[in-house]
Design a protein around this ligand. Sequence first.
Ligand SMILES: O=C(O)CCC(=O)C(=O)O
Ligand SMILES: [Fe+2]
Length: 345
Amino acid sequence: MRPDLSVAEMTPMAGQYPIKNNVGTNITIPATASDDVPYFAPQERDAIRRYYDEFGYVVIRGVIPADAVDATNGAFDREVLRSPKFIYRQATAEAERNVYTDRGFMLNSILNPQSVDPYAFRDFRTESTRIFARPELQNAVKSVLGEAGKLVQGMYFHGNPATWPHQDSYYLDSETIGTMTAVWVAMEDIAPGAGRFFIYPKSQQIELQKHNAATNIATKHSDYKKTVEDIIRTSNLECRAPALRKGDILFWNAWTIHGSLPTTTPDLSRRSLTAHFIPASQRFLQFQVNVKEPHFDHVDGALISRPKDQAKLLNRAVLFVESRFPRLFNAAKRTAIRLLMARHA
Ligand SMILES: O=C(O)CCC(=O)C(=O)O
Ligand SMILES: [Fe+2]
């Protein structure tokens, strides 16, 4: 058993990589995992929970076996990477075709790989869902939540979208706000210039503005983004981007400010999966106002929701219409969100 880790002990020393963060500040981040602090092994459950509660994130090393990672990445390369099909995407939640970086990496990350078309993307859907359901991952979720979790959202990344600093709670959470956790699974060794995931330790303690009619995502998303950036600039928060090896995982709290750093090495991909889990005893909360109880599939003993599941004919029909008439569809969706917010204002 390792003794309690203080902040000083967790501060990396050598092998630092200089980089500008998303708000233009020069920082240094550990170049490789051996230049970073060791963090935790999966069995250090109490220490994991304590670190997570204090800092709003935690890294656990060597959780997902390489063969499971390779099976998902291989399926992505075979089935998804060159596909012309419309898929729902992480940044917009809209149906889009693949967009590529100059070097051919898919830039518009996939929203809910567990829900993609089971005919066109059979192995990718199966293998990514298997990772979400793995007992090693589910046990780690238990370590941080103190109870079993259920998956409410997943994502797969290939190229680096340089995700803006945000808190997930603004978009989704559990009905007891701040009890959702999310996990980032490194699907390869993540180089420091490839778009490392960053977190602001202890930022989960700052209560940012909540959703309301004035700041809602449909009309005022840009205001929310700016508020987070202002808080980063004006508070003395430290930006950390842990060096993750293939199979390592990082949990962060629904209130912890996070995102991904800009790319400085465009030749390198940054494959990752993320999953958002709420406590099994709780219901799902959307945009901080809308409580829902989605359906959960049982997969290898885990509870996995499949939003807009493309195995269902009706959902395939919606995606078809949405991809043919995107402007009409998205205008209607924004109106629906505005009405929802107005009702809760
Ligand atoms: O990896 C990233 O770029 C961002 C991931 C993220 O924000 C999330 O999964 O909630
Ligand atoms: Fe996020």
